[in-house]
Ligand binder design. Structure first.
Ligand SMILES: [Zn+2]
Length: 140
């Protein structure tokens, strides 16, 4: 009986849907962890994301932990200034930010996670060039 319980617990921990990933900026001053389901990543064609190449993973704040670098983050805002575009002020890389669509969530850049092959993912596509018309269909 005890063996069955242990087996069930192991199976739960081995579930592929949500895993913990470590992430960082390029210089390593900003480090974080996220509990993530990589089936739910999104790319966007807006003026910002086309330039940065962001691969978005939007998670509730309890799934994100900033481990280091809070004082190394700079802020860039534009347009409605709802989104808080954070980036490392030393190396310029943005590992996460607060998105306009979900300002109570964290949007992690999958490209900054350790051990993730971005080319193997199948992202959803968000038409950020027509943000107001598209945001109602954005699922995270
Ligand atoms: Zn950095």
């Amino acid at each position: 009986m005890e063996g069955a319980v242990d087996g069930a617990r192991t199976a739960h921990l081995a579930s592929p849907a949500v895993q913990t990933f470590a992430g960082s900026c390029h210089c390593g001053r900003v480090r974080f962890e996220v509990d993530a389901d990589l089936e739910r990543v999104t790319v966007c064609n807006c003026s910002m994301c086309t330039r940065t190449g962001y691969v978005h993973l939007i998670v509730p704040p309890e799934r994100f932990r900033l481990l280091a670098g809070a004082d190394d983050l700079a802020l860039y805002q534009f347009g409605t200034k709802t989104a808080k575009h954070r980036f490392c002020r030393h190396c310029g890389v943005s590992g996460f930010y607060v998105p306009r669509s979900h300002p109570d969530h964290i949007d992690v850049n999958v490209r900054c996670l350790d051990g993730v092959d971005v080319s193997a993912l199948t992202p959803n596509r968000f038409d950020g060039r027509h943000w107001e018309a598209s945001v109602g269909r954005l699922e995270v």
